[in-house]
Design a protein around this ligand. Structure first.
Ligand code: NAD
Length: 283
């Protein structure tokens, strides 16, 4: 049977480490860390995500300021709030929950956040810094995957890694992080010809394709490590990933389950970025 990569346990370990660090910062440097979380409208999924982020802050000892704005908020109003938070010295991190209503341009909002407070790692300056190997915030889901691999004792350097998906928040930063860890990286996407031939080369296969159970054992090399980023609800309202777990698990050496794999890591790394924002000056 493969090694089951336990994202629940690893994220709990990271959150405990952060809790100790935050307590120490409070005690020795009188430093308080504060995250501003902005939600526009009342999309139920966003409300759950925002609630989970606030809970994680409370657990770790980070103050969270919640801004719940009405659905009809204008772009100017949102940008004015971000500007005020950029200039508020008490606030270390700013998070705008996506997606935003249609009248607001996501790109402009992301660009308005001070890169020093960009704990989601979505600002072009953060992405550029990652690309050229300079300090900056890294998108939480791919950063969490690197932690999953490292803390599960899986070697990345020199390995053949294939990432399926080229989105700005998962696929692209994932590829850049794997390069930073000295892997040989291929990015496959919707226009890749003969996907199976490409994915079967992977020692480590990261799947962020957004299609429930698309990846079956025909896509996987015997003994590969398989990381499933997808989150979906199946016909029985149960969570499943982009990987057909029951089909793939018997042929791989390690695999992340859904739920309990990549999912819990995203919030843990957001908390990590908040603590960094409160302690490190990113110039
Ligand atoms: P996306 O829709 O932005 O990107 C999907 C990518 O898959 C695209 O780059 C596309 O080119 C590629 N793709 C689509 N169909 C393909 C095909 N048939 N063959 C090869 N490539 C194909 O999605 P995303 O935001 O990157 O998210 C991917 C998945 O991860 C989703 O299921 C999402 O819900 C999940 N997700 C999970 C977390 C988490 O915390 N676990 C965070 C973000 C996203």
């Amino acid at each position: 049977m493969p090694q089951i990569i336990d994202g629940k346990a690893i994220s709990a370990q990271i959150k405990e480490e952060l809790q100790r660090k935050v307590a120490m910062l409070k005690k020795t440097q009188k430093t308080e860390i504060c995250l501003a979380v902005i939600q526009v409208g009342s999309d139920p999924a966003s409300t759950v995500y925002v609630g989970n982020k606030k809970k994680a802050c409370a657990y770790i000892g980070i103050e969270s300021l919640a801004y719940e704005l009405p659905e009809e908020t204008t772009q100017e109003e949102l940008l004015a709030l971000i500007d005020a938070l950029n200039h508020n010295d008490k606030v270390n991190g700013i998070l705008v929950q996506l997606p935003l209503p249609d009248q607001i341009h996501e790109d402009e909002v992301i660009r308005a956040i001070d890169p020093k407070k960009d704990v989601d790692g979505f600002h072009p300056q953060s992405v550029g810094a990652l690309c050229i190997g300079q300090p900056g915030f890294v998108s939480c889901t791919p950063a969490g995957i690197i932690q999953l691999l490292k803390r599960s004792g899986i070697k990345i350097a020199g390995k053949e890694c294939v990432v399926i998906g080229r989105s700005n928040i998962v696929g692209k930063p994932m590829a850049l992080l794997l390069i930073r860890e000295n892997a040989t990286v291929t990015v496959a996407h919707s226009r890749t010809e003969d996907l199976k031939e490409v994915t079967k080369r992977a020692d480590i296969l990261v799947v962020a394709v957004g299609k429930p159970k698309m990846i079956t054992r025909e896509y996987v090399k015997e003994g590969a490590v398989v990381i499933d980023v997808g989150i979906h609800r199946n016909e029985d309202n149960k969570l499943c990933g982009d990987v057909d777990y029951d089909d793939v698990a018997p042929v791989c050496s390690a695999i992340t389950p859904v739920p309990g794999g990549v999912g819990p890591m995203t919030i843990a790394m957001l908390m990590h970025n908040c603590v960094e924002a409160g302690t490190v000056r990113l110039e």
